[in-house]
Design a protein around this ligand. Structure first.
Ligand SMILES: [Zn+2]
Length: 145
């Protein structure tokens, strides 16, 4: 099977099928088209893959008051959680420049994915992507215990 090996700290942590990567990036790219970003003009789409193979997506939704704005990653995760899904296998973010999730979103991803080896796909509008691990993006998350 066509699978891509993901390693973290020298160990292979996840095996993601190339098909799953393409499906996630495609869903995030499609949802990005619905982004409401009249202030930043920076459209973002995100999609999470649940462990049972379902895809949930979201786009950024800005607000004139700025602070009520919500990122694509949080909407994608909230979309999944609202459907009763809280366990994920991978997350993709699509923007013009393969941008990384903001700090707030990194904390929200960590809330549901305690594994620092969780793969985050950073894609651009051309479909090119790179894979980073949650632990690389967010080495010291806030935890109550
Ligand atoms: Zn964010």
């Amino acid at each position: 099977m066509d699978r891509r090996l993901i390693s973290f700290n020298g160990r292979i942590k996840f095996m993601i099928a190339e098909k799953e990567i393409k499906e996630l990036v495609k869903a995030a790219t499609k949802t990005r088209k619905n982004a409401y970003a009249p202030y930043s003009e920076f459209k973002v789409g995100a999609a999470v893959l649940s462990i049972d193979g379902r895809v949930f997506s979201g786009c950024n939704v800005e607000n004139a008051a700025y602070s009520p704005s919500v990122c694509a990653e949080r909407i994608a995760i909230g979309n999944a959680v609202s459907q009763g899904v809280k366990k994920f296998k991978a997350l993709a973010v699509v923007s013009e420049n393969q941008s990384t999730p903001c700090g707030v979103c990194r904390q929200v991803i960590f809330e549901f994915v305690k594994d620092r080896g969780f793969p985050v796909l950073l894609a651009d509008v051309k479909g090119d992507y790179k894979v980073v691990m949650l632990g690389e993006l967010f080495p010291s998350p806030f935890e109550l215990k």
